[in-house]
Design a protein around this ligand. Structure first.
Ligand SMILES: Nc1nc2c(c(=O)[nH]1)N[C@H]1C(S)=C(S)[C@@H](COP(=O)(O)OP(=O)(O)OC[C@H]3O[C@@H](n4cnc5c(=O)[nH]c(N)nc54)[C@H](O)[C@@H]3O)O[C@H]1N2
Ligand SMILES: Nc1nc2c(c(=O)[nH]1)N[C@H]1C(S)=C(S)[C@@H](COP(=O)(O)OP(=O)(O)OC[C@H]3O[C@@H](n4cnc5c(=O)[nH]c(N)nc54)[C@H](O)[C@@H]3O)O[C@H]1N2
Ligand code: SF4
Ligand SMILES: [Mo]
Length: 571
């Protein structure tokens, strides 16, 4: 039987479930039979078997009774519904159906991609991606702050024969394979994008026809570009003029796609970075034409009817003050590990009166929760998933009888009934309606109609102002880079343990070191890594303790997390 990987990942792999095993689906044109180590870990990772209340095992039904009692006891306006990305299925959002009627606070923004998305929306209105067909038609592919080899591994087959340009402060596996690697200073992508545009103008690469077609104002943009000095920008990016010019001229008269990841926007100016990258691509005519464009983490349900689009009272996610809520319902998330500024998160959660954790695994957050409700696996419930990196949609039928835990749908149904709210439709009906609202079907494949043709935008607004008030450049210390790890999916599965340090520090492998920032400290064994710039320290996302070091600052736009808006020292 066919299903789809539920994990929060660009690829949304098609999976065959046979004899209790998850196997790659060789008939899928994009994911093509390969499954990464994370889904293999799904087989073996021990799930929560029981509900518990203040550390004591209890029956599931009793746990739900306690939940209902507490929801009635506390005022709805002092309650928070907090959902993470542990399972990317659409039906995960169904719990919102109850919490919206009940009147709890929701969250806005994200720990992930919302700063960048805000910049894209401001420039071109919609955050669409490039379909795999379009990327396949490119001559040049720019991998910009995306760790393809680890987080988007199926893309390699499509881009391996292209002229490959990688922009990343770390010499990642894909950077080692690239024709040109621009190993820039972290947080200098904005300047790099402006430099590209400025030199494109000097090199007569500007596509005035494309600019006119999109009603964009190039003169104003040029004024903005000229308000920065070339030397200042080059200095900030710290790349050689020679390499930079090689990259720029590679775009001349070629089909170019830009695959941009979250790496460029874990900063306060994240939205401006994406807008500046879009602005450059449009200025040289790489928009709305074959094999060209900028593909970020796209709005995955673009063009589909979204039954779970709630417009309610919301608090920004990355800097939530948990202490302001009496009851916090946490679903599919591990905020104590994954939110920035863990010390602040812990203090806030400790002050909140009642915490419910509804998840699949035991983790940092489940350990401090008052009530733990075990979820069931994706094989035991019906769902569908969209992708933020390709046009494919994956069905997730129920393939296995429930052994323990409860699905999001069943829990919601019970809560709606207890509170005498209107019942909801069955998952199969909701899923069918959503899929039919915007899909093409070809044999067993389902694809978004939004990518039938090359998406066109009506108008575009170049970036024409930017107020970057960050003081990080003046601060002493190393940049902290926290990319994703191959063997963990954020905090799930085999999380990384080391602090990766540059060669010049006179610290040996496995020596215990302490890294400190304004927000906290983190101690672990060192690993000397020759892929790092001298001014960077790398700790993978998911490493227990990394977010002691990170700030809960919000991005200037989009309510995004700014994990890398920090300098650290090491002893
Ligand atoms: N194996 C695995 N796969 C995953 C995940 C996982 O945890 N593990 N997580 C999933 C999730 S939730 C997401 S959002 C996606 C994200 O996947 P990606 O978009 O690939 O995000 P990251 O790995 O965080 O960072 C990407 C790259 O940005 C680089 N980078 C860091 N700072 C900068 C900078 O200032 N400028 C530039 N140009 N580059 C920078 C990093 O070195 C890294 O190589 O991956 C998904 N896939
Ligand atoms: N320093 C640093 N921190 C980061 C990042 C970074 O780059 N650097 N990246 C950020 C990003 S991009 C993201 S997306 C976040 C992710 O952070 P989270 O959304 O907190 O994701 P996970 O750590 O994967 O935790 C998800 C939990 O979901 C639960 N779960 C899994 N399947 C199901 C299910 O079917 N139902 C229910 N109810 N629960 C389930 C599991 O128990 C798991 O522990 O982390 C962010 N944190
Ligand atoms: S985590 Fe990503 S690459 Fe791995 S199996 Fe799932 S969808 Fe595929
Ligand atoms: Mo993410």
């Amino acid at each position: 039987m066919r299903t789809t990987c539920p994990l929060d990942c660009y690829d949304a792999c098609s999976v065959i479930y046979k004899d209790n095993k998850l196997i790659g689906d060789t008939t899928h044109p994009f994911t093509n039979g390969y499954l990464c180590p994370n889904l293999h870990s799904y087989h073996v990772e021990k799930t929560l078997q029981n509900a518990s209340y203040r550390g004591k095992k209890i029956e599931l039904n009793y746990a739900i009774k306690i939940l209902i009692k507490k929801l009635k006891q506390y005022q709805n306006s002092k309650n928070l519904y907090f959902k993470g990305g542990g399972n990317f299925g659409m039906m995960q959002n169904i719990t919102g159906e109850f919490f919206s009627k009940y009147g709890a606070y929701f969250t806005k923004g994200s720990l992930c991609d919302s700063a960048g998305e805000a910049g894209i929306i401001r420039g071109r209105g919609k955050n669409y991606i490039l379909s795999t067909n379009q990327i396949a038609k490119s001559d040049v592919v720019v991998v910009w702050g995306r760790n393809i080899d680890t987080t988007n591994s199926h893309m390699w087959n499509i881009i391996k024969d292209k002229t490959l340009i990688v922009i990343d402060p770390i010499k990642t596996t894909i950077a080692k394979k690239a024709h040109i690697h621009l190993q820039i200073t972290p947080r200098s992508d904005f300047e790099l994008a402006l430099l590209f545009s400025r030199f494109a103008y000097l090199e007569e690469m500007i596509d005035y026809e494309c600019i006119k077609k999109h009603n964009a104002d190039f003169d104003e943009y040029l004024d903005f570009l000229q308000s920065y000095t070339i030397n200042g920008m080059l200095k900030k990016t710290d790349i050689s003029v020679d390499k930079f010019m090689k990259a720029l001229t590679a775009f001349k008269d070629k089909k170019v796609s830009f695959l941009v990841g979250v790496g460029v926007q874990k900063y306060t100016n994240g939205s401006d970075v994406l807008r500046a990258i879009d602005s450059f691509a449009l200025s040289i005519g790489k928009f709305g034409v074959e094999g060209c464009g900028v593909s970020y983490l796209g709005s995955s349900m673009l063009g589909f009817d979204n039954p779970f689009d709630y417009h309610l009272k919301k608090v920004a996610k990355p800097n939530i003050k948990f202490e302001e809520f009496d009851l916090v319902f946490i679903q599919g998330a591990n905020p104590l590990s994954q939110m920035p500024n863990s010390n602040k998160v812990r203090q806030g959660l400790e002050k909140s009166k009642f915490i419910i954790y509804f998840g699949l695994y035991k983790n940092e957050t489940s350990k401090i929760a008052d009530l733990v409700i075990p979820a069931c696996s994706f094989l035991e419930k019906e769902d569908v998933r969209f992708s933020y990196g390709s046009e494919y949609i994956g069905i997730m039928p129920k393939l296995k009888e429930l052994t323990h835990g409860i699905s999001e749908y069943k829990l919601t149904k019970k809560l709606l009934k207890k509170f005498k709210f209107e019942a909801i439709k069955k998952p199969s009906k909701i899923i069918k309606q959503v899929i039919e609202s915007n899909s093409n079907f070809k044999n067993h494949l389902i694809m978004s109609k939004s990518y039938n043709t090359i998406p066109q935008i009506e108008s575009f607004e170049f970036i024409e102002d930017s107020e970057d008030t960050s003081k990080i450049y003046q601060e002493e210390g190393f940049y902290l880079v926290t990319p994703k790890y191959r063997y963990s999916l954020n905090s799930q599965f085999k999380t990384a343990t080391h602090i990766y340090i540059p060669k010049n520090l006179n610290i040996e492998n496995e020596e215990i070191v302490e890294v400190s920032s304004k927000y906290g400290t983190f101690k672990a064994k060192a690993k000397v890594c020759d892929s790092l710039r001298d001014d960077c320290i790398m700790i993978y996302s998911g490493t227990k303790g990394v977010n002691n070091l990170t700030p809960s600052t919000l991005s200037d736009e989009g309510f995004g997390a700014c994990y890398q808006e920090v300098k650290v020292t090491i002893t």
